[in-house]
Design a protein around this ligand. Structure first.
Ligand SMILES: [Zn+2]
Ligand SMILES: [Zn+2]
Length: 183
């Protein structure tokens, strides 16, 4: 999503504009990143460019449930304040340097929210996403997705969280102790 700030950039520091994104598309093609954003965006003329304050609902992010490992898609809300800087004085045309990691207003006085949205989406992703709050997860014994019904395993076994590993360790021990005698 490109926002034209050609007029705002000519105005004194502190002057502001309000926008409302309504399902507008942002994209970072190099990353294959696409998203749709909805929400208010405030632009304030700053010393070096334009301060962007955004409060955005993202249409959907692809997640994998931490309990049942099924992929699912869910909306996400992000908020950010970022300064987009110019590389030249809008009045005199005098050029100055900007840091590599700063968001830039391009030479035609457009600022692009796409990369900021991508970065804030990344930093807002849930650490333990759940496909639903009461996701039943996987059976620790057989790996069956318990959201799809019970599997017939002994329910008491599932109270021991490491039982699949314990079972594997036990099998390895058996193989080790039996291996040499069979060889
Ligand atoms: Zn789940
Ligand atoms: Zn099971």
């Amino acid at each position: 999503m490109l926002i034209n700030v050609a007029t705002l950039i000519q105005e004194p520091v502190g002057h502001a504009r309000r926008y409302h994104a309504d399902g507008e598309r942002v994209a970072v093609p190099d990353d294959g990143y696409v998203q749709e954003i909805t929400g208010p965006i405030r632009l304030i003329r700053s010393e070096r460019g334009v301060l962007v304050s955004a409060s955005l609902d993202l249409e959907g992010v692809d997640l994998v449930c931490a309990r049942c490992l099924e992929p699912f898609r869910e909306p996400l809300h992000i908020e950010f304040d970022e300064e987009y800087v110019t590389r030249r004085d809008p009045l005199t045309g005098e050029r100055w340097d900007a840091d590599q990691d700063e968001f830039l207003i391009d030479s035609r006085w457009h600022l692009d929210l796409s990369e900021a949205v991508r970065q804030y989406e990344q930093s807002t992703l849930p650490i333990q996403p759940l496909c639903r709050p009461d996701c039943a997860g996987l059976c620790p014994t057989c790996g069956h997705n318990l959201n799809e019904g019970t599997c017939g395993c002994d329910a008491s076994a599932s109270t021991e969280p490491w039982s699949p590993l314990a079972g594997l360790a036990e099998r390895l021990r058996m193989e080790e102790s039996h291996g040499p005698s069979e060889a």
